[in-house]
Design a protein around this ligand. Structure first.
Ligand code: PLP
Length: 386
């Protein structure tokens, strides 16, 4: 049975072009870019070419890009940096819907005598701008707010928030792990100081990420050791993955507009059919302001896990909540923050698409879902049976 993979916000397949670009640097050219000999030293140029491509995806300068091991490391580094360089300020502002890479690091800092504010969102998952402005004070070291949410796809008003923060001289970080490569980002026009990216969400390999740090932003390294990354992130470079990330960014930038249109077309077809053919279903999140590849749908009176298992039996991969929190039956913190009722949170499914998904795959899921939902409702312990 061929898998239908609709879980691309959890991770994506490595693009064939990325794999081809990486392979020689795992087998033939396995040197260390810091070595004096030509065999290793020649790789330095390749790493710099990749840095250029990553920078291009977001309109940055190459020297503003630091390679990291993943999106989580980029996020942790951004927060840690801000509290290191902001002259004793101890307040962190973030939201209640962040990925754990930011949320749990902000909680960690709060246990170490820092102060963390977690901003609320409304029922559509959008930020309350009044609460945002009110939360800032003279002790605020950093505001860290995601570009787009991994569970709902909802996009945040980064430009508007950045303008306020720039005026107040507060460091602004955005976790763009889900947004980069899916929607255009141009840091030349965007008042952010730091931005996180992750390779495996955009068809590069796992274990590679990047942190954009605007020129002029004070920076203190989080991973301390050797001189790599101009002293900003120690550790021998993951050369093959860096080259792969460069290729993935080049591919993403190449066709971002058409790809976005293609993905939203598939997503909308899927969503429309599911809402029409499955009673008591509703979309979670602001449908006017979302990533093109993501839909989060609640099916009342059934457990999301039961839907996932049935889909899995038919070769369809989706997700309930974020992949990082699956495995626990904790209801999604994102949907909870949006005030989604518990029965709808438990019945929520996220479908997230990529350029490798086809209309035939969408049609297959449209075909199987209504009977699957009806069947599960007939077995439902939640009272109302459809
Ligand atoms: N931030 C967001 C919004 C994410 O969706 C993820 C992964 O799901 C991360 C950060 C963590 O990225 P990584 O898996 O590369 O550590």
């Amino acid at each position: 049975m061929k898998q239908i993979y609709f879980d691309n916000n959890a991770t994506t397949p490595v693009a064939p072009e990325v794999f081809d670009a990486m392979l020689p640097y795992l087998t033939e050219y396995y040197g260390n870019p810091s070595s004096m000999h030509t065999f290793g030293g020649q790789l330095h140029k390749k790493v710099e070419e990749a840095r250029f491509k990553v920078a291009e995806l977001i309109g940055a300068e190459p020297e503003e890009i630091i390679f990291t091991s993943c999106g989580t490391e980029s996020d942790n580094t951004a927060l840690m940096n801000a509290v290191e360089v902001s002259g004793g300020k101890r307040h962190i502002v973030t939201t209640r819907v962040e990925h754990p890479a930011v949320m749990n690091f902000a909680k960690h800092l709060a246990r170490k005598s820092y102060r963390s504010t977690f901003l609320p969102v409304d029922s559509l998952g959008s930020l309350d701008m009044q609460a945002f402005a009110k939360a800032l004070d003279d002790d605020t070291a950093i505001v860290s707010i995601m570009y787009a949410n991994n569970e709902t796809g909802v996009i945040f008003p980064i430009a508007a928030m950045g303008a306020i923060l720039r005026e107040r001289g507060i460091i602004f970080h955005s976790d763009a792990v889900q947004a980069a490569g899916k929607i255009p980002i141009n840091v030349k026009e965007l008042p952010v100081d730091m931005l996180s990216l992750s390779g495996h969400k955009i068809h590069a390999s796992k274990g590679i990420g990047a942190l954009y740090v605007r020129k002029g932003t004070r920076f203190y390294p989080y991973v301390i050791g050797g001189h790599q990354e101009r002293g900003r992130r120690a550790g021998t470079e993951n050369v093959a993955s860096i080259i792969g990330l460069g290729k993935a960014c080049e591919l993403a930038k190449g066709d971002i507009k058409n790809e976005s249109k293609y993905l939203s077309g598939l997503r909308d077809k899927l969503e429309k059919a599911l809402l029409k053919n499955c009673p008591d279903a509703r979309i979670n999140g602001d449908i006017q302001n979302r990533l093109p590849n993501t839909t989060n749908i609640s099916f009342e009176y059934i457990e999301g896990e039961a839907i996932l298992l049935r889909l899995d039996e038919q070769g369809v991969c989706a997700s309930s909540g974020s992949a990082c929190s699956s495995g626990s039956l904790e209801p999604s913190h994102v949907l909870r923050a949006m005030g989604v009722p518990f029965n709808l949170i438990h019945g929520s499914i996220r479908f997230s698409l990529s350029r490798y998904n086809t209309e035939a795959e969408v049609d297959k899921v449209i075909d199987i879902m209504p009977a699957l939902i009806k069947d599960l409702r007939a077995l439902s312990p939640f009272g109302k049976q459809k």
